[in-house]
Design a binder for this molecule. Sequence first.
Ligand code: 5GP
Ligand code: MG
Ligand code: MG
Length: 197
Amino acid sequence: MIKIHDKNFELYLTEKEILDAVKRIAGEIAADYKDEVPIFVGVLNGSFMFVSDFLKHYPHPCEVSFVKLSSYRGLTSTGIVETLLDAPDNIEGRSVIILEDIIDTGRTLQELVHIFSNTNVKNFRIASLFYKSEVYNGEYSIDYFGMEIPDRFIVGYGLDYMEQGRNLRDVYQINKAHMINLVLFGKPGAGKGTQAG
Ligand code: 5GP
Ligand code: MG
Ligand code: MG
């Protein structure tokens, strides 16, 4: 068990389990895009470790860029999404694959679809390492994902709790007691003004 700020977290996924999922996604995308040079667009901050490991296991020529949005504060999504770093230039006619750390409600994804819908890309797809399928209520289907996970807050491997925990190699899940408190008594730890990603 580890403690970050005021919350306890338990080990949930090991570095090896995560890397196996990353390699599998890289293999799937490589098979689909071997005949062109796709542009991978990581969503900062949370996807930085995923992007790094993904690219190390992507075997064909490719390009990489980043966007930055904001919607998550503390433990719960605020529903407000703001663009802090916009889509790369010169992507007209290109295949773009978004690399996300986690898809939760899908609000961030909706904003990404909106941003790229104005760019005349040839082809637009989403890859997310983690996917909370119970919570997701967007229309867009997730093209590639590493692991379906339950609706329980996780940290590590790039994902933060109030900006800490991104450097952890493994992924930790918030203690069940904290989740019950969240449901019954509101959202302690939420609204502290951390940035998204
Ligand atoms: P959505 O817009 O899909 O509700 O939320 C997506 C963003 O919220 C993710 O990119 C991530 O930054 C953050 N997020 C969603 N679920 C979790 C979680 O369990 N842990 C952490 N650390 N961030 C999360
Ligand atoms: Mg965050
Ligand atoms: Mg993200």
